[in-house]
Design a binder for this molecule. Structure first.
Ligand SMILES: Nc1ncnc2c1ncn2[C@@H]1O[C@H](COP(=O)(O)OP(=O)(O)O)[C@@H](O)[C@H]1O
Ligand SMILES: Cc1ncc(COP(=O)(O)O)c(N)n1
Length: 268
């Protein structure tokens, strides 16, 4: 039988389905990858913000992870919201046991502005999780927090991407330019070359879950066996189509739309 690509997401939830675990699983499914999930925190959130959160214990997160990895192969995986230092410590022990590409989405603040991780966990994420990642995918504020610099231009993004790899030890870095003006340009540095992945900026406020969806698409393409650059480029096409067809749902920032990319033909 043909190998079934299997991808895992380790992240928090969004009951409105736009971000977190739900966005990741939708993306895996759309890209014809078998999706699995380990839930770190359960959130009460919607398109306007975060209302409440319950964190799972590290022991229980570890049990979920064992349940998956003892039973089904993982061909690529991602982490999203990892709220606390304890959770990160657990993952630094567990992640090296999963012999597969690792996409680290360094989720810190939701589109709504709500903080998603403890401030004291940021340095640990940079110093201990980042070196384990095949690729890290910060937005501008996250890249600024990780590198300590100010980012206002593509040249600044390039500098940050290079630092995340050369100074902090990530395998590759994709610095996302969604928060800048003009074209939506993301900068990829793979340890050898810099690439600009660009798309037209779409005039919309429906951007809830864009970062989650992009990193899940990279994970799905890596699970399919694509090389890193190809995976990032195709994931960029996927998120652009998903934003173009995003849905005006909710009272805040609406969600991306996962079935439209197939109509747009950007899927392999
Ligand atoms: N208005 C937009 N039009 C087109 N692409 C966008 C737009 N906003 C964000 N993107 C793209 O969506 C992806 C997620 O980017 P970003 O918004 O920077 O991350 P995050 O959701 O983590 O804050 C990136 O590929 C970015 O270029
Ligand atoms: C559980 C969870 N994880 C991540 C995000 C960030 O979402 P975005 O992709 O809009 O930055 C979120 N709102 N909720």
């Amino acid at each position: 039988m043909k190998r079934v690509p299997c991808a895992l997401t380790i992240a928090g939830t969004d009951p409105t389905g736009g971000a977190g675990i739900q966005a990741d699983l939708k993306t895996f499914q759309e890209l014809q990858v078998y999706g699995m999930s380990v839930i770190t925190s359960v959130l009460a959130q919607n398109t306007t913000g975060v209302q409440d959160v319950v964190h799972h214990s590290t022991a229980f997160i570890g049990r979920q992870l064992d349940s998956v990895t003892e039973d089904i192969p993982v061909h690529a995986f991602k982490t999203g919201m990892i709220a606390s230092l304890d959770m990160m410590e657990l993952l630094t022990r567990k992640i090296p046991e999963i012999k597969a590409p690792y996409v680290l989405d360094p989720v810190m603040i939701a589109t709504s502005g709500d903080a998603l991780i403890d401030p004291d966990a940021r340095a640990f994420l940079r110093d201990r999780l980042l070196p384990l990642a095949s690729i890290v995918t910060p937005n501008i504020p996250e890249a600024e927090s990780l590198t300590g610099g100010t980012i206002t231009t593509t040249a600044d993004m390039e500098e940050a991407a290079v630092a995340l790899v050369n100074l902090y030890g990530a395998g590759a870095a994709l610095v996302k330019g969604g928060h800048l003006r003009g074209e939506a340009v993301d900068i990829l540095y793979d340890g050898e070359k810099l690439y600009a992945l660009s798309a037209d900026r779409i005039e919309t406020t429906n951007t809830h879950g864009t970062g989650c969806t992009l990193s899940a698409a990279i994970t799905a393409y890596l699970a399919q066996g694509l090389p890193l650059y190809e995976a990032a480029r195709k994931a960029k096409d996927y998120i652009t189509a998903a934003i173009r067809h995003s849905l005006p749902l909710g009272k805040g920032n609406g969600p991306t739309n996962h079935w439209a990319p197939r109509i747009g033909g950007s899927q392999a």
